[in-house]
Design a protein around this ligand. Structure first.
Ligand SMILES: Nc1nc2c(ncn2[C@@H]2O[C@H](COP(=O)(O)OP(=O)(O)OP(=O)(O)O)[C@@H](O)[C@H]2O)c(=O)[nH]1
Ligand SMILES: [Mg+2]
Length: 200
């Protein structure tokens, strides 16, 4: 971006020098039309540089403003319960989410935005795409009681997230949360890990 701007500025500098030389050598009659044309060109160049600069600053600020933790995972894995515990400090009764929940989680004086992305296949990609550019980290919530039955879908969705260029190119950390450990039939973290490794 910077070299492009430099080249533009150099071009404008050269153009302006040329413009001054030409105008001083010209008759008054020929001056007006050409001068006006030159002025328009310089004006357009300045506007283009300005727009490029503004777009660059917007792009950079979007890249640096990653402060969201995305809660992702299949339906019923426990994302909304986790969200309510983090943001509201309590458990709630939940229903299948069809839209995201967003709230602030304050820790050690600084705050993070928590986004609970619905797990339903029809809507999850839409919400993930909306928030992936703001993702600082991702929590991939797994229902440890259903890991064997759902391993195919769990691995596929995780693979899609891992291979998303926005996530891969920005080294976004992903935590795999083995949820529902209070249920006796749940698989422990080592089992979940090896099942996922085998499937992927
Ligand atoms: N025993 C147990 N149940 C849990 C736990 N976390 C969530 N649940 C239950 O799992 C069910 C689904 O939880 P949700 O938080 O709604 O799941 P979700 O991931 O938000 O699901 P979607 O909105 O469909 O994507 C609810 O009945 C919760 O009470 C847990 O740690 N232990
Ligand atoms: Mg939910």
């Amino acid at each position: 971006m910077v070299p492009i701007i430099e080249v533009h500025i150099k071009k404008i500098g050269a153009y302006a020098a040329n413009f001054v030389l030409r105008t001083t050598n010209m008759d008054k009659e020929t001056l007006t039309e050409d001068t006006y044309g030159d002025f328009i060109k310089v004006y357009i160049a300045v506007v283009v540089i300005f727009i490029t600069l503004v777009l660059f600053l917007i792009y950079r600020s979007r890249r640096t403003s990653r402060r969201c933790i995305l809660l992702t995972g299949l339906c019923n894995s426990g994302k909304t319960v986790l969200y309510a515990r983090l943001v509201h400090g309590r458990s709630i009764e939940t229903f299948t989410s069809m839209k995201e929940n967003a709230g602030e989680y304050v820790i050690n004086g600084s705050s993070l935005k928590i986004i609970d992305i619905p797990g339903h296949e029809r809507v999850r990609d839409k919400f993930f795409d909306k928030y992936k550019v703001e993702a600082k980290a991702i929590v991939y919530v797994v229902d440890s009681t259903l890991i064997q039955e759902e391993i195919c879908d769990i691995a596929e969705y995780l693979y899609n997230i891992l291979s998303c260029p926005d996530i891969r190119n920005n080294n976004i950390n992903i935590l795999i949360l083995c949820n529902k450990q209070d249920i006796p039939s749940s698989k422990n973290c080592d089992d979940v890990k090896s099942l996922l490794e085998k499937e992927m």
